[in-house]
Design a protein around this ligand. Structure first.
Ligand SMILES: NC(=O)c1ccc[n+]([C@@H]2O[C@H](COP(=O)([O-])OP(=O)(O)OC[C@H]3O[C@@H](n4cnc5c(N)ncnc54)[C@H](O)[C@@H]3O)[C@@H](O)[C@H]2O)c1
Length: 94
């Protein structure tokens, strides 16, 4: 089972999170948004912890896979992950 998290809890992030919760292959372990009300609402709905800083969430949860559903996906993928884990152990990004 893959541990997954979602960064960016707009409509698309919530959709990704719903899909993970429906999958027998995934376990949603956390959600993150820089807008506290969005992170809190998604966390309460999904029954997982809310984070407001992506690096903090990644360092705490060490997901196998992470959806980045912010408006700047490519930039986020580059800047968020490199400091968090050795390159050989980067989580997959969708
Ligand atoms: N809405 C659609 O139907 C649709 C369809 C296809 C693709 N997309 C793409 O998917 C992406 C997300 O769409 P959306 O409608 O959910 O956008 P949205 O702007 O409503 O939500 C994005 C969320 O990401 C959060 N965010 C931004 N930077 C962050 C950061 N560094 N850390 C944590 N959270 C951060 C924002 O606060 C916001 O809540 C966009 O790139 C959009 O172009 C959207």
């Amino acid at each position: 089972m893959l541990k997954v998290c979602v960064i960016g809890m707009g409509p698309i992030g919530n959709r990704h999170a719903d899909m993970y919760q429906c999958s027998p292959l995934a376990k949603l372990v956390g959600v993150c948004d820089i807008i506290k009300t969005r992170a809190d609402a998604a966390a309460a709905r999904l029954g997982v912890p809310a984070y407001y800083d992506a690096q903090e969430m990644l360092a705490a949860l060490h997901p196998d896979l992470c959806s980045i559903t912010t408006p700047a996906k490519k930039m986020a993928a580059t800047t968020l992950y490199r400091p968090c884990r050795p390159r050989s152990r980067l989580p997959r990004v969708v």
